[in-house]
Design a protein around this ligand. Sequence first.
Ligand SMILES: [Zn+2]
Length: 60
Amino acid sequence: MLVKIVTLFLLGMAALAMIGRLRLPSVRRKSTKVPPPTICGHCGRFLLGQQECPCRKGKG
Ligand SMILES: [Zn+2]
């Protein structure tokens, strides 16, 4: 009888640990999620922090 109770308790603890481990990485992913970079449709450069590509300023 006691062995069954102990095994059930251990299984419950293992399940809680699994849930805790599964939850932590998901929170970390959300915090470190980076928005997709904007790519210029004209020359294909990555626009970091600017909305218009310099290639369109000089050459219309
Ligand atoms: Zn461009």
